[in-house]
Design a protein around this ligand. Sequence first.
Ligand code: SF4
Length: 317
Amino acid sequence: MKVTIDGHTIDVEPGTTILQAARKIGGDIVPPAMCYHSLIENTGGNCRVCMVKVAQGSERDPRPMPKLVPSCKTEVQDGMVVENISNPNVLEARKNVVELLLINHPLDCPVCDQAGECELQNLSFKHGVEMTFFEEDKRVFEMTSLGDKIKLHMNRCIVCFRCVKLVDQISPERQHGLLYRGDRAEISSYIQKAVDSEWSGNIIDVCPVGALTDKTFRFKSRVWFLKPMEAHRDCDTCSGNALVWMFGNEIYRVTMRNAPYGEHEELICNTCRFEKKNVSDWEIIGPREYPKFSVINQNNYVTPPKKVVINADKRLL
Ligand code: SF4
């Protein structure tokens, strides 16, 4: 099937989504995604930041689609024409979605473990979301623990469903899900039941914001002070291929190996993640290439241009 995205045409297999087709082309035209993750079955369609305009439905039926569509859930048709960054309405809609995601998200980046690798932080920076129309109080939850190794900071959750879908995938029984709806929506482990799968730690890595954090790493270091190193150990549960984050000769945390677009190569087990923090536990292969696209990565900090005039209807985020 032939699909054209922002003027770039590519042939793809039937069943390919617009987002996957855009990733095959690469570059700036790839829509961002907070909820879609290729390691997790049936993800996507929740965060709405990947919405695009379908200017031509297909060769056979060239009518445009009436509304913006989520690119992670919409399959391409032969002859489809898609607009992403070439359409100002799409960029405006994305900016509004980012503002919506931020209405309840606290501005605690200076103390959040996710800072430096947070998709929401990068998105709000990229779209220049400095203001909000939202004047109500942000919702507030008590911090809870999911087992003895994972902390849930529900205030930061953007309800992307990645962790819920991943736990469904790795657990024989349902242990973790979403309670209530709308602004009351809350991640819970029925209720405070520990997520005890040997793979449960992976929900920390797939969480695009700092809602799920590693208790063995919390507040130990900012990520940009650590060096991500590819490492391997012989493990009976997982492949043992992981990323160890080092400061000098100390391992501060262990995560999945990163993949493009904020995703990961493969799941790792909790033993590798939480129990193996000595250099002698690992064969350290070498530095891992880790793209420095984060707004606050070391030496990468720039102040966004002041282009918005504060008016009476708006206030600082
Ligand atoms: S806790 Fe994180 S991964 Fe889970 S729904 Fe909230 S933002 Fe998504």
